[in-house]
Write a protein that binds this ligand. Structure first.
Ligand code: DX5
Ligand code: ZN
Length: 223
């Protein structure tokens, strides 16, 4: 199992975003998680394609855009143009989930579907074979620094089974409340890609924090 650490921009110092991302990448981050909030689908407002385009030339690391935006389709081309590698969306934010997945791929990006804590996994039916990533929210979307909802572990186990059944290389990402002290349990439940905002950017030494997360992951039995 390849594990990936994905720091979320949400907890970075936005006044120095480029530098912050270069710092976490130098500290060992594998993916940049780019949270986009619209103050409509979620009760917070962050940044859009202009900021994604501004950071793109500074880093080579994949940018994983998490769209918390409704409606979702019309913003997708701008993020593809801004250099996003993966674009994920919530099924509740799309009138036609299959069409949105196809639209993301037509624009040259990998496609992910995101599950809120109360969103059932049956939304994977009929589309799993088209997805590159499944993202399980372990908090309600909108804010960094919330507490991990433990029911997400059951959902990760169920999602992992579905992914294994598909036989495809689909990333299983988890987002919300991931810390050094719970990351191993979350990995045991099946996650391979770990978004962490406050747990990384809230610490002084990003390298020490990411190394501690990797050390915890190294103890998880391989399956
Ligand atoms: C929440 C966002 C998360 C958030 C995670 O809506 O999607 O990516 O930044 O922050 P932490 O890791 O602090 O829970
Ligand atoms: Zn996110």
């Amino acid at each position: 199992m390849t594990y990936r650490i994905a720091p979320s921009i949400l907890s970075a110092d936005f006044a120095r975003l480029g530098e912050e991302l270069q710092d976490v990448i130098a500290a060992g981050a594998d993916v940049v998680h780019f949270d986009v909030m619209d103050n409509h689908y979620v009760p917070n407002l962050t940044v859009g394609p202009l900021v994604c385009a501004a950071i793109r030339p500074l880093i080579k690391t994949p940018i994983d855009v998490h769209l918390m935006v409704k409606p979702v389709d019309r913003i997708i081309p701008a993020f593809a143009k801004a250099g996003a590698n993966i674009i994920s969306f919530h099924p509740e934010a799309s009138e036609h989930v299959d069409r949105t997945i196809a639209f993301i791929k037509e624009h040259g990006c990998k496609a992910g579907l995101v599950f809120n804590p109360a969103t059932p996994l049956h939304h994977l039916d009929h589309v799993l074979d088209k997805l590159d990533l499944v993202l399980i929210m372990s908090v309600n979307p909108g804010f960094a620094g919330q507490t991990f909802i433990s029911e997400a572990l059951n959902k990760l186990r169920a999602a992992r089974k579905r992914i294994a059944g598909s036989g495809r290389d689909i990333w299983l990402e988890v987002d919300g409340g991931v810390k050094t002290d719970n990351i191993a349990d979350i990995a045991r439940a099946g996650a391979d890609t770990f978004v962490a905002g406050s747990a990384i950017f809230g610490t002084a030494d990003y390298k020490a924090t990411i190394s501690a997360m990797r050390a915890a992951l190294a103890k998880v039995p391989k399956n």
